[in-house]
Design a protein around this ligand. Structure first.
Ligand SMILES: [Zn+2]
Length: 87
């Protein structure tokens, strides 16, 4: 019997340049090296590491992804959202 490792795709967040992003409608894990496009439009090859998010030094939110995600699922966007100030 194998030990199945279950990964909930809603909590897969790519990290680039110290920012964590969102990927819309991820239906499977990307293959290592496969280029994925985040909701903010940034693209990068996928890489996997085993770590707690707390182990990553000072990750910040990608506000472009946050704004796109909010709009996609109908979460209200406040007028002072950071992505609106620096589109
Ligand atoms: Zn992003």
């Amino acid at each position: 019997m194998n030990a199945r490792i279950l990964i909930h795709l809603d909590v897969v967040h790519p990290v680039t340049h110290g920012r964590w992003h969102r990927v819309a409608y991820l239906r499977r894990l990307p293959h290592p090296g496969e280029v994925i496009t985040m909701m903010c439009g940034e693209s990068a090859p996928a890489e996997f590491v085993a770590a707690w998010p707390m182990d990553e030094p000072a990750l910040t939110t990608c506000w472009g992804c946050d704004l796109a995600y909010r709009r996609a699922i109908g979460i209200p966007v406040l007028p002072n959202h950071p992505a609106l100030a620096h589109p």
